[in-house]
Design a protein around this ligand. Structure first.
Ligand code: 9MR
Length: 876
């Protein structure tokens, strides 16, 4: 009877599909059976919007090759019986996943072997919309699969989770896994190394991961190139109990707690990988514990632990946490950062918590946001509720087989229970470090107190609220009675000053709108009236300029340069070396070396291109983006190597020439014209505290230190209005000033959601704040908007630039007018007031508004300290 009903339902569904009607099925203990012997070319699919009413269960059975992608809603239960390789929760063809935002029910995932009994795995495959995610991504919002965001999910014995892409982010509100289940990353082995991350816990609940977490097998062992990683979110506690995990993409505890509670004794005996295994690159940490989060347990962690937050060995007042890899015997280190702490619980001499590292304990002064800190790491011991500590009891809290590294530079601040008196013994002998404490008296002692004044609390800058913005009122405050007009074209304001500041725009591509061909059109006029700098959106890229080897086509680029000259605009060149918009004769996709160039050949190709391109325009192009977007999105490396950076792997330039293609590109460009400025351009490097921002700085610094002719970096600024911080942008710019590099904004667009007046106002504020950072920093001469109107902007539908589809100035445009007007009015006022009488006293120091000491007067406002003690603002 039930089957009849289901058949009817299916027939109805098929009919509705055929008619193009999307039906809503009210599931009331229903079964959707998608079982057939499907093949890779005939997927069975279900995509009808479905509500699972509270109290009811929707059961879905699949064979292999199934696409299950209904929009789901309701609070009922979903039972997924997954057939072998593979049940997509989404569509395999376009890599999409459905919207389950309004489905808040419970989900059980079981294996289903009735139809295909011999498959590699039985489980759900998660799509990513083709987006790559990495855990330190500056802008992860749209890159994470949020299908299970609002669900509690159980992965049952025999079932698996896998991801469709190797660099994936999959968020699950709550996940429990049974022993015998498996969490994979990408389900196939392949040559490129990537990590798929499961972001678990945003529902703030507790859960247990008893199943195995390890990537797909290759030659009988988990393949580290298709790594799987865990990101712990939310306030709850997640307990890992499997004894053969290989979490080669590492566990990152952002919030809450993770307990590693595998059976360490058995792992030791049988040489199992244990609670975590090691990171794919065993020199990298396998666990990162961030500020406010905790790692604990009584199992073993088979790699290094990077500690910004708390380590709380043991569980429920007992047990030892081991940093040991019993499978490989490699030494596992603990890296403690300023502000980190280790917590121990004491009951009596036989019941207390402790930790043992097979490696060393190391100190890194880097804070979580990559700045430097001073606070010493703490060891805190507390008495448990049922403590029975006796005089003479000794507690060995920490053992590190390879000692405490750089012991002279740092030490633990040790905080012991005040109720008793203690003796602390830090033995550093035979290359080992052992910290033990002995109760010497049951009388109150004096070792307690966490508020030691010497232990300066480092404020890292991760949280915006921690930061103080500078007072910019002297530069951007309204000036009463000024003669500087309101509502002028943007460039007119700059032209009232003796300044090298330029405001720029990317000119639409010839294939959307040919600006040079119609200089008096509204679009062209908006460009030439408002901007004194322009950049070709596409016409100076390699595929346009050198469509065949040594066959140069400068036509469209020449037209643009001529147009710019006619309009008294400067030109910036974009871009000489990039992995995109590469002509096919170099590489079909810009990533792979399908033409089999040798390093020497590709260097020669690059040199020829750069030299001819730069010489063609001479100094009519005042600066070039020499290398564009060469950094990888995943810059987790800077956590362990403060000077590190990771280059993009999928680039023909990186693959064939190697890292020094960057050095060479700058040298070739400089030789072709030593009078122009050369930039390294990239995205997602705008805000301090972000891994990729640090990576770009590290790469630029490396080039600068080596004497490579680099003048600065370009921050693209493809941003979202909701995700902006003026102080963090300002900090980034200033950091480059310290090493003598410019830092400019090269491709600004500010995406908003819809174009309501509140969104437009938010966007206007962001544009204004970017402009303020531009104007007040001497090493930031240029600010360039990426596109002239919302119609031609590459971020379609995001209303991201200054003019709307009808070429009317938006609130953002008006905000820039106001910011520029205030700036100019303030400059002029300061010039006229201050420029008069500094004859009385000698000048003893000159600074820019950011407080940086200047060796010579700089354009704009200078703060001058006179020998008679007065301080003046003067304008140059
Ligand atoms: O705006 C450009 C768009 O018209 C092109 O189709 C695209 C091709 O990759 O490039 C866009 O510009 C990019 C710029 O050259 C480099 N940074 C990112 C920009 C937006 O994608």
């Amino acid at each position: 009877m039930l089957n009849m009903q289901i058949m009817k339902k299916q027939l109805l569904t098929i009919l509705m599909f055929a008619l193009g009607v999307s039906a809503q099925v009210w599931a009331d203990d229903k079964l959707i059976d998608l079982c057939e012997k499907n093949t890779s070319s005939t997927y069975k699919e279900y995509g009808t919007a479905t509500t699972i009413a509270a109290g009811s269960t929707l059961t879905v059975r699949t064979a292999r090759y199934t696409d299950f992608y209904p929009t789901l809603s309701g609070k009922g239960n979903l039972e997924l019986y997954c057939g072998g390789e593979r049940t997509y929760l989404g569509k395999h063809s376009d890599k999409s996943y459905p919207n389950w935002t309004n489905f808040t029910g419970h989900v059980d995932i079981y294996p289903y072997k009735a139809v295909e009994g011999n498959c590699g795995f039985y489980g759900a495959v998660m799509n990513t919309n083709g987006k790559s995610y990495s855990p330190e991504d500056a802008n992860p919002t749209s890159k994470i699969n949020v299908l299970f965001n609002n669900n509690k999910v159980v992965l049952h014995e025999g079932a698996a989770f896998a991801t469709e892409k190797s660099a994936a982010g999959i968020r699950i509100g709550e996940l429990n896994t049974e022993a015998g289940s498996r969490m994979y990353g990408y389900y196939k082995s392949q040559s490129a190394t990537s990590t798929a991350y499961y972001l678990l816990g945003c529902l703030h609940t507790d859960a247990t991961l008893a199943g195995r977490i390890a990537s797909v097998e290759k030659n009988g062992a988990p393949d580290a190139t298709q790594a799987v990683g865990i990101v712990k979110e939310g306030k709850g506690t997640y307990t890992l109990t499997a004894n053969d995990n290989q979490i080669s993409g590492a566990i990152r505890i952002n919030e809450g707690k993770v307990l590693i509670n595998n059976d360490a004794a058995t792992a030791r005996k049988k040489k199992y990988t244990g609670g975590t295994g090691s990171a794919g690159n065993a020199s990298m940490p396998v666990a990162y514990v961030f500020k406010g989060a905790t790692l604990g347990g009584n199992g073993n962690i088979g790699g290094h632990v990077d500690l910004y937050g708390s380590l709380m060995p043991g569980d429920e007042g007992q047990g030892t946490l081991y940093l040991a890899n019993y499978a490989t015997s490699a030494a596992c280190h603990l890296i403690v950062h300023p502000g980190s702490s280790m917590h121990f619980s004491l009951t009596d001499a036989s019941a207390y918590t402790s930790m043992e590292a097979s490696g060393s304990i190391q100190f890194s002064s880097m804070l979580q946001d990559f700045t430097e800190g001073k606070t010493q790491p703490q060891v805190v011991a507390t008495l448990s509720e049922n403590q029975q500590v006796k005089e003479g009891d000794t507690f060995t809290l920490i053992k590190a087989a390879k000692g405490r590294q750089n012991a002279a530079d740092w030490k633990f601040k040790i905080v012991l229970p005040e109720q008793l008196t203690w003796d602390v013994n830090e033995a550093e002998e035979n290359g080992q470090y052992v910290l033990s404490v002995t109760c010497t008296s049951l009388n109150q002692g004096s070792q307690g107190g966490e508020d030691d004044k010497d232990n300066v609390d480092d404020k890292d800058n991760v949280d915006d609220k921690d930061e103080e913005d500078e007072d910019d009122s002297a530069m951007f405050g309204e000036v009463a009675g000024t003669t500087v007009q309101k509502g002028m074209f943007l460039r007119k304001y700059l032209e009232m000053l003796d300044t090298d500041k330029r405001i720029g725009v990317a000119v639409p591509s010839t294939w959307t709108y040919n600006v040079p061909a119609s200089p008096s059109s509204t679009v062209s006029k908006n460009i030439s009236n408002n901007f004194n700098l322009c950049v070709a959106e596409n016409e100076m890229k390699i595929d346009q300029i050198e469509p065949s080897q040594n066959g140069f086509n400068f036509g469209a680029a020449n037209d643009l340069v001529q147009y710019a000259q006619n309009q008294r605009m400067a030109v910036r060149g974009h871009t000489l070396v990039w992995h995109q918009q590469v002509p096919e004769w170099i590489s079909k996709d810009g990533k792979n070396n399908d033409k089999k160039w040798t390093r020497e050949q590709l260097l020669e190709i690059m040199k020829n291109h750069i030299t001819k391109c730069v010489k063609q325009f001479g100094s009519k192009v005042m600066e070039w983006d020499v290398v564009n977007e060469t950094l990888d999105d995943d810059q987790s490396i800077v956590r362990t190597n403060p000077n590190g950076y990771q280059l993009r792997k999928e680039s023909v330039w990186v693959k064939v020439i190697g890292e020094d293609f960057i050095d060479s590109a700058f040298v070739y460009a400089h030789r072709a014209n030593p009078n122009i400025k050369l930039y390294l351009n990239d995205y997602d490097c705008e805000f301090s505290g972000v891994a990729k921002t640090t990576a770009l700085y590290n790469l630029a610094k490396r080039l600068k230190d080596k004497g490579v002719p680099i003048d600065g970096v370009g921050l693209q600024c493809h941003l979202k209005a909701n995700n902006f911080s003026k102080p963090k942008l300002n900090q980034t710019v200033k950091r480059y000033a310290e090493i003598g590099l410019n830092c400019i904004f090269t491709e600004i667009d500010i995406a908003i959601t819809g174009n309501s007046s509140s969104e437009l106002t938010k966007q206007a504020e962001v544009f204004s704040q970017i402009a303020q950072v531009w104007l007040k920093n001497d090493n930031c001469p240029h600010m360039v908007v990426w596109g002239i109107n919302d119609k031609f902007s590459w971020v379609s539908g995001s209303h991201a630039v200054l003019f709307d589809e009808n070429n009317t100035g938006k609130p953002a445009y008006k905000a820039l007018q106001t910011t520029l007007r205030n700036y100019v009015a303030n400059m002029k006022q300061q010039t006229s007031v201050e420029g008069v009488d500094n004859a009385n006293a000698a000048e003893v120091g000159r600074y820019n508004l950011s407080g940086l000491r200047l060796t010579a007067p700089a354009h704009g406002v200078n703060i001058v300290r006179m020998s008679n003690g007065t301080v003046k603002k003067v304008m140059k």
